[in-house]
Design a protein around this ligand. Structure first.
Ligand SMILES: Cc1ncc(COP(=O)(O)O)c(C=O)c1O
Length: 417
């Protein structure tokens, strides 16, 4: 499929897996699906957040605060940002579409592969949008090279989607850091280099930090105040498992904040989401447990990928891009109620990649067991039953850890998290 066609296909498809559709086709409840396609914290919604939500039921008769003032103040105080520069949204997706609607870029730079909503959002604002694609190279683990990115912003570069106007400077550029679906992180120094160039070129740089919680020191959020062309987006839906509630925020330069607000629909962040956001930020223990769990599971998965000779892209986030034949694997996994992200409709990727989230040990082992059927070099004992695999794959001390309280995860009525 050509990049152009892929790009067109992205407009009518949503990016993530659809657990509802799969559950319907298998005739099972969506809770029975093991969803590796969305990279959501396996610890589930923090207890503190659940209790805060319950406490706020009584306020549902009022409209929510359209400015999410309390949440905005909390973010400003704890992240050392001017509260006037923050806009909260119904997930960061709302803000991506809002930015496109308010700033109406004529030409945008979008790396490939990356999160498909950037292009989708920009296309909704203009039929004549020119998209310049900066192709990330698999030989370099899909890393972003700041110099190449800057060159592409200027209209030059390695784009396969060269347009007649490719020499024109872009008016907007998206930088997903860490990138989805690769998990690759560009260090702060590199991002700031790009941000400074964006300022000189008068090109809005949208840095999407939806998955930066695992590398907080690399965030450029506090530098927005020095750069009228830098916007930083954050999400609470993955790290705090609030995907169904929807909450995210953006930090904007003060010179454009009124323009952005003029295009925003009111009341998109509901009362429960605003309260949940503050409670989530306050829950330091949940954060600590998440770091421990994700690190432990990433170590485990990487060890198993190596053993099974599964080719993976080293990741700084809570998901992995795996080089595996999506067409062959997806149907087999679906039959088992396992959903992974087929990456064939990402511009810049083909059918030889899937993306998987880092989940609980139990779920990770279930996935590895299924993937091992597709790995030519798999240890025969690995595929002979999950109990046996558990013993074989986990050193004793990790097994004990998984079973103790630190790593206990929330289970629903089906026994899964
Ligand atoms: C890179 C990236 N940014 C933003 C989002 C949107 O997140 P939300 O709207 O749930 O905050 C996603 C969702 O998958 C994503 O992968």
């Amino acid at each position: 499929m050509t990049e152009e066609r892929k790009s067109a296909r992205q407009h009518c498809e949503l990016h993530g897996g659809n657990i509802y559709r799969l559950a319907e086709s298998l005739g099972i409840d969506e809770n029975e699906i093991i969803d590796f396609s969305a990279s959501i914290n396996p610890l589930g919604v923090p207890e503190s957040v659940i209790s805060e939500i319950k406490d706020n039921f009584k306020y549902l008769y009022n409209y929510p605060d359209p400015d999410s003032k309390q949440l905005q103040l909390w973010i400003a105080k704890h992240l050392a940002i001017d509260s006037q520069s923050i806009i909260c949204g119904n997930g960061s997706t709302e803000l991506i579409y809002l930015i496109a609607r308010a700033l109406k870029p004529g030409k945008v730079l979008i790396p490939a592969p990356t999160f498909s909503e950037y292009e989708r959002a920009c296309r909704t604002t203009s039929y004549e949008l020119r998209v310049k694609s900066y192709e990330l190279k698999k030989e370099n683990n899909f890393d972003i090279d700041p110099e190449e990115f800057i060159s592409a912003m200027k209209g030059n570069g390695n784009s396969e989607l060269r347009t007649l106007n490719s020499e024109l400077t872009c008016e907007m550029a998206f930088l997903c850091n860490p990138n989805n679906p690769t998990g690759r992180l560009l260090e702060k120094e590199g991002v700031l280099k790009i941000a400074n160039a964006a300022k000189r070129l008068k090109c809005y740089l949208i840095v999407d930090e939806a998955f930066i919680d695992f590398s907080p020191d690399e965030s450029v959020m506090t530098t927005v105040r020095h750069n009228p062309y830098l916007i930083v987006l954050r999400s609470l839906t993955k790290f705090y498992a609030l995907s169904g509630l929807r909450i995210g925020y953006g930090v904007f330069p003060l010179n454009i904040i009124e323009t952005i607000k003029r295009h925003k629909e009111p009341w998109t962040v509901n009362t429960l989401a605003q309260a949940a956001g503050i409670a989530a930020f306050k829950d330091i223990e949940y954060k600590r447990k998440t770091f421990m769990l994700i690190k432990q599971e990433k170590d485990f998965l990487e060890k198993e990928f190596k053993r099974l000779k599964i080719n993976y892209v080293p990741s700084e986030a809570n998901y992995y891009l795996l080089r595996l034949n999506a067409k062959k694997i997806m149907p087999a996994l679906r039959d088992k109620g396992i959903l992974v992200r087929d990456c064939s409709n990402f511009a810049g990727l083909d059918g030889s990649y899937i993306r998987i989230a880092v989940k609980s040990r139990e779920d990770n082992m279930q996935l590895l067991k299924e993937l091992s059927n597709f790995s030519t070099n798999c240890h025969p004992e690995f595929i002979s039953g999950s109990q046996k695999m558990l013993k074989q794959a986990c050193p004793e001390e990790i097994l004990n850890q998984v079973q103790n309280d630190t790593f206990r995860v929330q289970h629903d009525k089906t026994g899964r998290i």
